[in-house]
Design a protein around this ligand. Structure first.
Ligand code: NAD
Length: 532
């Protein structure tokens, strides 16, 4: 399979720190490679600790002393809408760059740009819609709850959805009034730097959004450990997520984690055959399987198993793997040589474990990191290929006999990100999704999701939620404000004066809830101290 070679000029990018563009403090750069051609397409600063420290100082200054804190929710919403508008204006260019740096199909990159723009619009709306609370408290006082930003937030993102993952973090963080330092994955930093240009153009105060490229082990690690960073929102592997949680614990940093998955896609014999076959293929081969919520474990009811597997394999063989900018391609390359090697190593592991490889399993010759759509059948759920996230186009198929067995296998994993069920039996569908220990579930479909709905996992798939109103809550502190309306001292330490009588515990049965008659003008319902 020949990769399309697009000889292009190698462009140099800079990091965006403290409202300006610069190289790394030590001037070191690294190459960004197009995985479909193995061509270098850009160089970017390999920022280090000194650059990360500068970004954190600028972020602290912007949050603690800058004009950003004085902006109203309406002004923040306007800025977010302007960002959305500019993403839409540049969607094609951004999508092309996204595809070139990490290999997803151009059509998928375009969807990401639209979703990213929508995420900014959505949080622009929420920024002005959200409110605190007033509480029912004794008449001589008032109590309210207000929402406040957390402060300096860091967003650390993976390579599989660079712009979209950045949007899922930046939009709610800024809507809530925080500032954010974004650290994109090293292999795919270019579109995040293009996003920085957009933030620069819409006129955010300096230091409110910064984008810094460099190794996770150095830049990411510093952001996670710095006492001047109040929150880290991380999307990536479980291994790094655990490390971030441990590092952040030293200063009790708020940590949001969106981690991996090994999601079950459960097909019952009564499912619509065509829809379920399509859903099984989309579940694993969309995005070359480099999708956290991929349906990488396919559970098929035994009575349907042979027919389903036969059709699945013939359709997988027909998938056109090719250059991701070519509109006729149905699957692009893997993101990097390293990822290709990881996927290859799991094929070896599966074969050693005794799973039956029925299609795929090899790199495609001709340049680029292309890999065949791969299916293992007759897999035991205890095998490593069924338990570990491969993050590539490798499907494991597991047969089951009963609904109870399907649920047991589905939940027998350290992960809990997503899961789907295919059946025409409505009550069964609801029973199964209710039993799934996962944060994102589907019935008779796979993958659709919305900015309005919370995204995140149970168990080791993560902590907290992104998107929806839940996603905004993650970026906010809540403060209670209690106000005395009497202008009188509480009286406990008023020496020489009579102390207030101690309060009496009044059983519920003796309370007089309708005390209004004795206290005209007061709207008391409940245990009024003066009526006992
Ligand atoms: P990764 O964990 O290797 O890297 C993610 C980010 O963390 C990168 O920016 C990386 O540079 C940084 N990083 C690496 N080491 C670090 C350290 N010591 N301290 C701080 N930051 C560090 O993940 P990846 O390979 O880029 O992405 C794939 C993973 O992301 C998969 O496990 C996938 O399931 C997961 N993912 C999850 C979701 C979700 O929403 N749950 C979405 C997309 C991807």
């Amino acid at each position: 399979m020949a990769a399309v070679q697009n000889k292009t000029e190698v462009k140099h990018y800079q990091i965006y720190v403290d409202g300006g563009w610069s190289d790394a403090a030590d001037g070191v750069t690294y190459d960004v490679v197009d995985p479909s051609s193995e061509e270098v397409i850009a160089t970017v600063p390999r920022a280090g600790r000194a650059d990360a420290e500068r970004a954190v100082r600028a972020a602290r200054e912007a949050f603690d002393h800058g004009p950003w804190r004085q902006t109203s929710a309406v002004e923040r919403a306007d800025l977010l809408r302007m960002v959305a508008e500019k993403i839409r204006e540049r969607a094609e260019d951004l999508a092309r760059l996204e595809t070139r740096q990490m290999g997803k199909l151009f059509a998928d990159s375009l969807i990401d740009m639209n979703d990213a723009a929508h995420t900014f619009d959505y949080y622009a709306g929420l920024a002005v819609e959200q409110h605190g609370q007033t509480l029912e408290v004794p008449a001589a006082s008032m109590s309210m709850v207000v929402r406040e930003p957390i402060g300096v937030t860091a967003g650390i993102t993976p390579w599989n959805f660079p712009v979209l993952m950045a949007a899922w973090k930046l939009a709610p963080s800024l809507a809530a009034g925080n500032v954010m330092i974004l650290k994109p994955a090293s292999v795919s930093p270019l579109t995040s730097l293009e996003l920085a240009k957009i933030f620069d153009e819409v006129g955010l105060p300096k230091g409110v959004v910064q984008v810094i490229t460099g190794p996770g082990g150095e830049v990411g690690d510093y952001l996670a450990s710095s006492a001047d960073v109040d929150m880290v929102a991380f999307t990536g592997s479980v291994e790094v997520g655990k490390h971030i949680m441990r590092t952040g614990a030293d200063n009790v940093k708020k940590v949001g984690l969106e981690l991996g998955g090994k999601s079950p896609n459960i097909v019952f014999a009564d499912a619509d055959f065509e829809a379920a076959i399509d859903g099984a293929l989309i579940g694993i081969f969309a995005g070359a399987g480099e999708v956290c919520s991929a349906g990488s474990r396919l559970l098929v009811e035994r009575s349907l198993y042979d027919r389903f597997v036969g059709e699945l394999v013939s359709r997988a063989l027909a998938i056109k793997v090719g250059a991701p900018l070519d509109e006729s391609s149905e699957m692009g390359p893997l993101v990097s040589k390293q990822q290709l090697e990881t996927v290859q190593s799991y094929v070896e592991i599966g074969l050693k474990e005794g799973a039956n490889l029925v299609t795929g399993g090899h790199r495609i010759d001709g340049g680029g990191y292309f890999f065949e759509p791969t299916i293992f059948i007759d897999v035991d759920n205890d095998m490593r290929i069924a338990q570990e996230e491969i993050f590539g186009p490798v499907l494991v198929v597991i047969p089951f006999e009963t609904e109870a067995e399907a649920i047991r296998i589905a939940n027998d994993t350290i992960y809990g990100l997503a899961g789907a069920v295919w059946t025409k039996d409505v009550t069964r569908a609801l029973r199964v999704v209710k039993a799934l220990r996962a944060g994102i579930t589907w019935v008779n479909t796979y993958h659709p999701t919305y900015s309005e709905a919370p995204w995140g996992g149970y168990k080791q798939s993560g902590v907290g939620r992104e998107l929806g109103t839940f996603g905004l809550d993650e970026y906010q502190e809540v403060k209670q404000i209690n106000i005395d309306l009497t202008d009188e001292p509480l009286g406990v330490y008023q020496h020489g004066k009579e102390k207030p009588a101690p309060g009496k515990v009044v059983p519920l049965s003796e309370r007089r809830p309708f005390a209004r008659a004795e206290h005209a003008g007061e709207s008391w319902v409940g245990s009024c101290r003066n009526c006992r």
